[in-house]
Design a protein around this ligand. Structure first.
Ligand code: F6R
Length: 249
């Protein structure tokens, strides 16, 4: 795992945006795996700036998002489809039909999960998969559990995730209890994986992801088995890894 240390959130965002931009420069029709949450907002802003400056185009890009809350309409302001439109898609030239987010309102969630996994065949290998990191070590909404779940699935969110995400809702009671998430198999099949992390509340999860055992109780630990992972994290998120003396760039 390549680890890039940055001073703060702004530097983390710039460094991560540059890695995604480089992928799109090299391959105009790249498949980008994207994430929501507060961590990628800055890097999406940087990508929008590159697009507005005329140095980057997403016209041939396809995107596949990791997850969506079950039961939220795409127009709900806390849905991940809404997040992506608001924070990225509406501001760049990606074609709407080339963007993919699970359908949280699907009448048959199991069929929606199968449809989502089939995207891997339709779109081909994801060139770069962006991941945020849950405080409990989740990636996508693959929560800690007894096994790594390979396929796209409906997941019960853990109390820790509900608590962490309550800040976006009027109250904790409004946070959906389930989500549809891409499984570990699709995530691990990406050519390259880019993890972003910022802040001390991620330090423990970052440490376990980098230095801990590969353990489904820390879903991100599976990334130790992927040959091409870059972690871009600020000093606060890396604090425990730095204390342990792990070499970083
Ligand atoms: C979002 C996602 C989640 C978040 C994680 C971190 O699509 O899949 O795994 O990346 O919960 O969220 P933030 O960035 O809000 O701390």
């Amino acid at each position: 795992m390549r680890i890039i240390r940055t001073k703060n959130y702004e530097e983390m965002s710039r460094a991560a945006a540059n890695i995604i931009a480089a992928q799109v420069y090299l391959k105009h029709n790249a498949v980008l795996g994207l994430a929501t949450g507060s961590t990628p907002i800055g890097l999406y802003k940087d990508l929008i700036e590159k697009y507005e400056a005329g140095v980057l185009s997403f016209a041939e890009v396809h995107t596949v998002n990791l997850d969506e809350y079950k039961g939220l309409a795409p127009t709900h302001d806390q849905s991940y489809r809404y997040f992506m439109q608001h924070n990225l898609f509406d501001h760049i030239d990606v074609k709407p039909e080339n963007t993919n987010v699970p359908d949280g309102l699907a009448a048959d969630p199991a069929a929606e999960c199968r449809r989502y996994d089939d995207l891997r065949e339709t779109l081909g290998q994801t060139d770069i998969q962006l991941l945020g990191l849950g405080r409990n070590g989740h990636i996508g909404f693959n929560e800690p559990g007894p096994i790594f779940v390979k396929h796209t699935h409906v997941v019960d969110l853990t109390p820790s995730t509900i608590d962490a995400n309550a800040r976006f809702f009027a109250s904790e009671a409004d946070v959906p209890r389930q989500a549809i998430t891409m499984g570990i198999g699709y995530i691990m099949s990406a050519h390259q994986i880019l993890v972003v992390a910022s802040g001390t509340d991620k330090a423990d999860a970052v440490y376990k992801m980098v230095c801990g055992d590969v353990d489904p109780q820390v879903p991100a630990s599976i990334l130790q088995l992927h040959a091409n992972v870059t972690l871009v994290a600020d000093e606060a998120a890396l604090s425990k890894v730095l204390e342990a003396g792990v070499p970083v760039c």
